[in-house]
Write a protein that binds this ligand. Structure first.
Ligand SMILES: *[C@@H]1O[C@H](CO)[C@@H](O)[C@H](O)[C@H]1NC(C)=O
Ligand SMILES: *[C@@H]1O[C@H](CO)[C@@H](O)[C@H](O)[C@H]1NC(C)=O
Ligand SMILES: *[C@@H]1O[C@H](CO)[C@@H](O)[C@H](O)[C@H]1NC(C)=O
Ligand SMILES: *[C@@H]1O[C@H](CO)[C@@H](O)[C@H](O)[C@H]1NC(C)=O
Length: 318
């Protein structure tokens, strides 16, 4: 009698536990969430084993692959159309990209359209990073092709005084770019040091990049947001660059975009002092630029110098 009661209660308890467990698993399939966007929505129901994710862009719903960085064009579009409530407040230290955030036209796969227009009155051409590379014109402005940004330089400053070797920092950066942003190691071409400054060179030309590879410009965008404390990632995915098992703090990211073809901005329109210095540089003079950036910095006024230097250099080289 007693034994039967005990058996019964054990079976009951087991049953309840199993049911609860099943409910929990069903309610939150932990693998199915949007890793790469804090506002992404994912769903693994509907019978398919896949985790289907979407983000809202204005009033549209765009399906995205949340296992890798979402194309910058969609992110910019989302941000420019975003409601005030949707977006967290911009941190004080953050800078806004180049000419200001605009509402870009994206191809069906999230790549920037070569021609971008502002209220259909003003048009200009951009590179694959969405950065303007020509003067602005009227709505008849022509952009025959999307020119690829095949090299980006991410410059940032250390915000720590840890004594760690350059090799350890390099390894920490590589691990971050590979694990967090999914960038293949072969595209991290070089990491350079100069005092407190660190320059990460990412190179990826069109023939190297397979459709599955993440694009260096998307990686740059995510990284910039991470360093500025305004991450795009799901809030579970804290930004933490580890060097020798410790967090390695950096600040003041600055990104330079280098295109496969020379830009076509006429000199008189290249104004110095644009807040985020976004430089689309003639490839042939890149070596010269790099030297200038590095030597300038030693004199302690790196940030706004480059635009002017670039002006002068291009005037000379033309
Ligand atoms: C687009 O237009 C807005 C306002 O009309 C302006 O603030 C912004 O600078 C323009 N962007 C470009 C790239 O012309
Ligand atoms: C692309 O990159 C590879 C590897 O760096 C290089 O061998 C190749 O020449 C590059 N192609 C072009 C068109 O620049
Ligand atoms: C997302 O991208 C990864 C890497 O390219 C790919 O393996 C995976 O199948 C994609 N997932 C979906 C749902 O498209
Ligand atoms: C740099 O580090 C200091 C001290 O840890 C901290 O107070 C400050 O907020 C950091 N600055 C940035 C931009 O992260």
């Amino acid at each position: 009698m007693n034994q039967r009661k005990m058996q019964l209660s054990t079976v009951l308890r087991l049953g309840v536990t199993v049911t609860l467990l099943a409910l929990v698993v069903q309610a939150q399939n932990p693998a199915c969430k949007c890793r790469t966007h804090y506002q992404g929505k994912c769903d693994s129901s509907g019978g398919s084993p896949d985790c289907q994710c979407t983000i809202s862009i204005g009033s549209n719903t765009q399906s995205v692959n949340c296992t890798k960085p979402i194309p910058k064009c969609w992110l910019m579009k989302k941000e420019s159309l975003g409601t005030k409530g949707g977006r967290r407040q911009k941190p004080k230290t953050a800078l806004i990209d180049n000419d200001g955030l605009y509402d870009p036209d994206c191809e069906i796969n999230g790549v920037f359209k070569a021609r971008q227009c502002n209220n259909t009155e003003t048009c200009w051409c951009v590179n694959s990073a969405g950065v303007r590379r020509t003067d602005k014109g009227d709505k008849n402005w022509k952009c025959p092709e999307l020119v690829r940004t095949n090299w980006i330089i991410i410059e940032m400053k250390r915000n720590n005084t840890d004594s760690v070797s350059e090799d350890a920092i390099k390894q920490g950066i590589k691990n971050l770019f590979m694990n967090r942003y999914g960038l293949a190691e072969k595209y991290i071409s070089d990491i350079e040091f100069d005092g407190d400054y660190i320059d990460i060179n990412l190179k990826q030309n069109g023939s190297q990049k397979s459709p599955d590879d993440v694009d260096i410009t998307d990686v740059g965008y995510y990284f910039e947001k991470d360093v500025k404390g305004d991450p795009i990632f799901n809030s579970d995915e804290k930004f933490d660059m580890q060097v020798n098992g410790k967090s390695f703090a950096v600040k003041e990211p600055l990104i330079y975009y280098l295109d496969e073809k020379p830009h076509e901005i006429s000199m008189k329109h290249l104004t110095p002092g644009i807040i985020a210095v976004i430089v689309v540089v003639v490839l042939a003079i890149v070596a010269g630029i790099a030297v200038l950036i590095f030597t300038r910095r030693k004199r302690g006024k790196y940030e706004k110098a480059e635009m002017k230097e670039l002006n002068e250099m291009q005037t000379q080289s033309i």
